[in-house]
Design a protein around this ligand. Structure first.
Ligand SMILES: [Fe+2]
Length: 457
C-alpha cells in the first residue's frame, strides 16, 4: 500500500477539521471513513458506530477539491454527504491557497530574475554579452530550446539571425523560409505572437504541414520602427500563455533599447570621427602634402595595429591618434611650415614644437586626452635621438611608435611639389635600414607583413 495522499491527510489532521468531524460523528451518531483515491485510510471516526441505521447502507461520496480529479472519498451513511461537502470545501480553499502560493513564488522568482537582468543589462557594453544574458534569462523563465535574435537587413530586406542560443539553435541560422514566416509576420504587424501548435499555423502549414512545436515571438522596436524580433522555439509543443508572451515582450523592449543606444552611440562616434577628420584635413591642406596624407597614415597605422593584435578601444585610440598626430601644426606659422628651402636650426625647432603644441591643444579636450601620448611622441626615435623628450625603445608609447612608421613611410612615398616620392620597394628598404635605430623593429616587421593588405585597398 502506498503512502496516503499527503494533501488530504494534512487537511483532515488539522485541529479544526478533526474537531468538526468528531462533533458531527457524535451528534449524528455515524461512522465517517475517509480514504484517499488509492483507498488508503486517512481517518476512521466513530469507529464503534455503524454505517447508518442498517449496516448495508454505506454510501461513498467523492472529494474533488474543486477540480475534476477525485483526491479521496468519504464513506458512511447518507449523513456523510454533509461531511463530504465540508471536506470538499476545505480542500478547495486549501488547494486554491496552494496554487496561489506557487504562483506567488513563481512571480517572485520572475521578478527577482528580471531585477537581476535589468541591473546587469545596463553594464553590458558588448551586444553578444547582452544577448547571452538575455537569452539565459529567457530560457530559464520560459523553458525554451532555442532563442534567436533576428534583425531585418535594411539593404536586402532579409531577416538575419544576429544571435542564437540553445544546443540546437544553429539549425535556424541562416533562417529557412519556413522558419522566417512567424518573425516576418511579427515584424510586419508589430504584434507579438504565441503559436502553441505550429501544425495549426495556416501560413506555415502551406510550406511545411507537419512542423510541430510551440513558439513565442516578440517585436524589436528600434528607433520607432520594428526592425527585428526575438524568436523563442520549443521543439515539443507546450502551452505558452499570454503571461509568458508579456514576459518575452519585456525582454524584447530591453534588447531593443540596448540596440538603439548602441546605434545612437555609433552615430555620435561617427559624427565625432568625421569632425576630427575634417579638422585633420584642414591642417593637412596647410602642409606640403598633395592630399589624403591623413587617410593613408590612418590606414597604415590601423593595418600595423591589426597585425599586432590591437583591437577594440585601443584600436579606436590608434585611429584618432593617427588622424590627429599633426594637430599641433595649427600653431606653426605658414612662413615656417610652408618654407620651400632648407630650414634654419631655429625654424626646425619651431617645426619640432608641433608635438608639444598638439599636447597643449588636446589637454583642453577631455574626450581626446587619451590620444595625447600618440600625438606627442610620434617623432621620438627607437634609439632615443628623437623629439620632444628623447625617449627610447620601450619608453615610447606604442601608438606613437606605430604612427612614426606610418607617417614616415607616407612622407617617403608621396610626391611633393619639389621632389618625387620613393617607390614602395625603396621605402621598404629605407624602413628596414632604420629598423632598430629610428624605428622599433617589431613595428617595421608588422608593417611589412601587413602591407599586402594595404596595397589592395
Ligand atoms: Fe608630425
Amino acid at each position: 500500500m502506498k503512502n496516503p495522499n499527503p494533501f488530504l491527510k494534512k487537511i483532515i489532521s488539522r485541529k479544526n477539521t478533526a474537531k468538526i468531524l468528531n462533533d458531527m460523528s457524535a451528534r449524528l451518531n455515524i461512522r465517517i471513513l475517509i480514504t484517499d483515491a488509492g483507498d488508503n485510510i486517512i481517518a476512521d471516526i466513530g469507529r464503534d458506530g455503524e454505517f447508518g441505521n442498517s449496516s448495508n447502507s454505506m454510501v461513498i461520496y467523492p472529494i474533488n477539491a474543486g477540480g475534476d480529479e477525485q483526491i479521496g472519498f468519504v464513506k458512511g451513511n447518507e449523513g456523510c454527504s454533509l461531511v463530504a461537502s465540508i471536506i470538499d470545501c476545505v480542500a478547495e480553499i486549501e488547494s486554491d491557497k496552494r496554487d496561489l502560493t506557487s504562483e506567488l513564488l513563481s512571480k517572485y522568482r520572475e521578478i527577482n530574475l528580471f531585477y537581476d537582468f535589468a541591473e546587469n543589462i545596463n553594464i553590458r557594453k558588448d551586444f553578444n554579452d547582452m544577448a547571452m544574458l538575455t537569452s539565459t534569462q529567457i530560457s530559464e523563465l520560459l523553458n525554451a530550446d532555442s532563442i534567436l535574435i533576428i534583425l531585418k537587413n535594411e539593404n536586402t530586406g532579409l531577416l538575419e539571425v544576429v544571435f542564437k542560443f540553445g544546443a540546437d539553435a544553429a539549425k535556424y541560422a541562416p533562417l529557412k523560409p519556413e522558419d522566417a514566416i512567424i518573425p516576418e509576420r511579427v515584424i510586419l504587424s508589430g504584434r507579438a505572437e504565441i503559436v502553441n501548435d505550429l501544425s495549426t499555423d495556416v501560413e506555415l502549414a502551406r510550406i511545411l504541414p507537419r512542423r510541430t512545436g510551440s513558439v513565442l515571438c516578440a517585436p524589436l522596436r528600434i528607433q520607432n520602427r520594428v526592425t527585428g524580433a526575438i524568436y523563442l522555439i520549443k521543439e515539443n509543443p507546450i502551452a505558452y500563455t499570454s503571461e509568458n508572451l508579456k514576459l518575452l515582450m519585456v525582454f524584447s523592449s530591453q534588447v531593443a533599447a540596448f540596440i538603439e543606444n548602441g546605434k545612437l552611440l555609433q552615430n555620435l562616434q561617427e559624427t565625432f570621427i568625421s569632425t576630427v577628420y575634417t579638422l585633420a584635413e584642414t591642417i593637412e591642406m596647410r602642409d606640403n602634402y598633395t592630399g589624403d596624407h591623413t587617410r593613408r597614415v590612418m590606414d597604415y597605422s590601423l593595418a600595423i595595429g591589426g597585425n599586432l593584435g590591437i583591437s577594440g578601444e585601443e584600436l579606436e585610440t590608434l585611429k584618432l591618434s593617427s588622424i590627429l598626430h599633426d594637430i599641433g601644426k595649427i600653431g606653426i606659422s605658414d612662413s615656417v611650415l610652408l618654407k620651400p628651402g632648407k630650414l634654419t636650426d631655429e625654424e626646425f625647432e619651431i617645426i619640432k614644437s608641433h608635438t608639444l603644441l598638439g599636447e597643449k591643444i588636446l589637454k583642453n579636450i577631455k574626450q581626446l586626452n587619451h590620444i595625447i601620448p600618440g600625438v606627442k611622441y610620434h617623432h621620438e626615435r627607437y634609439d632615443g635621438k628623437g623629439y620632444p623628450e628623447g625617449l627610447g625603445g620601450g619608453d615610447i608609447d606604442l601608438m606613437a611608435k606605430i604612427i612614426a612608421v606610418a607617417d614616415t613611410f607616407d612622407a617617403m612615398t608621396t610626391d611633393r611639389p619639389y621632389r618625387k616620392g620613393l617607390s614602395y620597394d625603396a621605402a621598404f628598404s629605407e624602413l628596414k635600414k632604420c629598423s632598430g635605430t629610428q624605428f622599433d623593429p617589431a613595428i617595421v616587421d608588422a608593417f611589412i607583413e601587413a602591407f599586402p593588405d594595404i596595397k589592395e585597398k
